[in-house]
Design a protein around this ligand. Structure first.
Ligand SMILES: [Zn+2]
Length: 557
């Protein structure tokens, strides 16, 4: 076989991926409204790449070319075709989700039928939570949990998530009685994990560590949280945290007056922060589609995608694709800003990918991908960053009444600062451990596992009657995915420390930052394994030490 054949295949693959990128984005944006032309183009270019693929004989290829061929095969199977492209969430109406007979049928069928129904109903219910007669979505409820000063109202908000818990974990007999979809799906995925298809093991493999190490990391994060936050709380005589107070307490150090960070400002800050790091979003061709409008379908979970496949142009220049952030920002505020900076982190990563078409793809580790998006986003919780980048600097509206003895009245304590920065990481680690433990013992009642983990490590009062763990769609959509957030936090802290050692702090800006990070971390796609990319930056395999040191308060960047 001649290399020409592979070149032809690779060109056809690039063209097909590009057509698919444009179709995917058009569908999500609702622009153009008529996607017929794009559909025809995607179908034709896909046929072409499949024809080339059939004609190829890979046996004579070099090792590197064989790897490229395998990457193309995988890409064609997962990203192209009728079921490929961006994951389109299954949809259902609330009435359909109330239908007891349909639940029985789905529970009897199990597998994809049950998963899709549960996912669809999770999505429907998450959009329509009732709080004293007002309809709110899940993110709005969480935002209010962080902002509502009255404990009794926070409890109401928290319990308004109940329909979500019951969608995922079924209902008790006195509620109408329905077996838990999660328990049924868990038994299936536990079998798959035992048969060697564990996403945690796959993750460990990609990163060059062992599966055992991942669990050790997760427990180490939880231990560090307990030592830094929970034990001192206890020693000062505080009762366990009620779960509805978790988000409120996480915000103590940084709560801002309502309206202090309007939507326009979060967009401007995002641009300015990345420009100061040498990443001019317009110059890179990045599209931020973050404004809801009647013609755009709802986007329940923010995400970022290629929008077009980066490639070499004739004459030696390089086109960066059209990295596109799809999200919905209305209210502004610190949480929306943090998410926007995270999604834009994905976009500047995509814009920097520069490799052959077969490898022009996200890295082969979701945890690494998430960590790369957080290199800058993690700064948002830092008070020095807030002083530099937000008009009104840091605001502490709610001085803790239970602070350390030495702290001045009104000042946030060290523990509050740790809460602001790491409460989400600690909760993500709890979910990761929950999934690991449930998969090891699928017959155990999920509420017992969750109460035990949250009481032991997070200092949360146990409520074993409530399935409040069941508020992350990933638990149904992709069992094992929650570990990516915990692992991502570890990788991100490790990489941030290495970048800081090489270049110093970037909080005030560092125009060479983007080129430097692109060269060492962003550009590879599938060309290099995540383990190799990390090893070259760190000089070793990743460890949890940097994150643990931050949690211990040893290092405050
Ligand atoms: Zn992300």
């Amino acid at each position: 076989m001649t290399p020409d054949r592979l070149t032809r295949l690779e060109v056809a693959y690039l063209v097909a991926r590009d057509a698919r990128d444009r179709l995917d984005v058009a569908r999500v944006r609702g622009e153009p409204a008529d996607t017929h032309v794009l559909e025809v183009e995607a179908a034709e270019t896909e046929r072409q790449v499949r024809r080339e693929l059939v004609a190829i004989d890979g046996t004579q290829l070099t090792v590197e070319d064989q790897r490229a061929l395998a990457a193309i095969r995988a890409g064609v199977n997962t990203a192209l075709g009728q079921d490929g492209g961006l994951p389109v969430a299954p949809e259902a109406t609330l009435a359909e989700c109330d239908d007891a007979r349909a639940w029985s049928a789905a529970l009897a069928a199990g597998g994809a039928t049950l998963r899709q129904r549960t996912e669809a109903c999770y999505g429907a219910v998450a959009q329509a939570l009732d709080v004293n007669g007002q309809t709110l979505n899940r993110l709005q409820v969480l935002a209010r949990l962080a902002a509502e000063p009255e404990a009794a109202r926070r409890r109401d908000l928290f319990l308004a998530l109940g329909p979500l818990w019951r969608t995922v974990d079924g209902m008790k007999a006195d509620d109408g009685g329905r077996p838990s979809p999660y328990a049924a799906l868990l038994r299936e995925s536990a079998r798959a994990w035992r048969a060697g298809r564990s996403p945690i093991a796959a993750n460990a493999d990609a990163l060059g560590v062992t599966e055992r190490e991942i669990e050790t990391w997760v427990v180490a994060i939880l231990d560090a949280w307990r030592a830094a936050v929970v034990d001192p709380d206890r020693a000062s005589g505080q009762p366990p945290v009620e779960p509805w107070d978790w988000w409120w307490r996480a915000g103590v150090a940084q709560r801002r007056p309502e309206g202090s960070l309007p939507r326009d400002e979060i967009l401007a800050v995002n641009r300015a922060v990345y420009a100061a790091l040498g990443a001019d979003l317009d110059g890179l061709g990045i599209v931020l589609d973050v404004t809801p409008r009647p013609t755009r379908p709802a986007i329940p979970v923010a995400f970022t995608t290629f929008g077009g496949r980066p490639r070499a142009l004739p004459g030696g220049s390089w086109w960066r694709g059209r990295p596109t952030v799809l999200a919905t920002y209305v209210d502004g505020g610190l949480d929306e800003l943090a998410e926007l900076i995270h999604e834009t982190g994905h976009a500047i990563h995509l814009a920097a990918i520069r490799t052959r078409p077969a490898f022009t793809e996200w890295p082969a580790s979701d945890a690494l991908t998430e960590a790369l998006a957080d290199l800058v986003a993690h700064d948002v919780a830092d008070d020095a960053w807030q002083h530099r980048w937000l008009r009104d600097g840091v605001v502490s509206l709610n001085p803790p009444s239970t602070g350390d003895a030495e702290s001045a009245p009104g000042a946030a304590t060290e523990r509050d600062v740790l809460r602001a920065r790491y409460a989400q990481t600690a909760l993500d680690a709890a979910w990761a451990l929950f999934e690991i433990r449930q998969h090891a013992d699928p017959d155990r009642r999920a509420n017992d596992t969750w109460s035990e983990i949250t009481a032991t490590w997070l200092g949360v009062a146990p409520h074993p009657d409530w399935s409040w763990w069941a508020m992350r769609g990933q638990l149904i959509q992709e069992p094992g995915y929650m570990a990516n957030y915990a692992i991502g936090a570890i990788l991100s802290a490790d990489m941030r420390a290495a970048i800081r050692t090489a270049r110093g702090s970037w909080i005030d800006g560092d125009p060479g930052w983007y080129d430097w990070v692109s060269e060492r971390l962003y550009r590879f796609g599938l060309e290099r394994s995540p383990a190799a990319v990390l090893r070259d930056l760190l000089g070793r395999s990743p460890t949890a030490d940097a994150l643990l040191a931050e949690l211990a308060g040893v290092h405050r960047p």
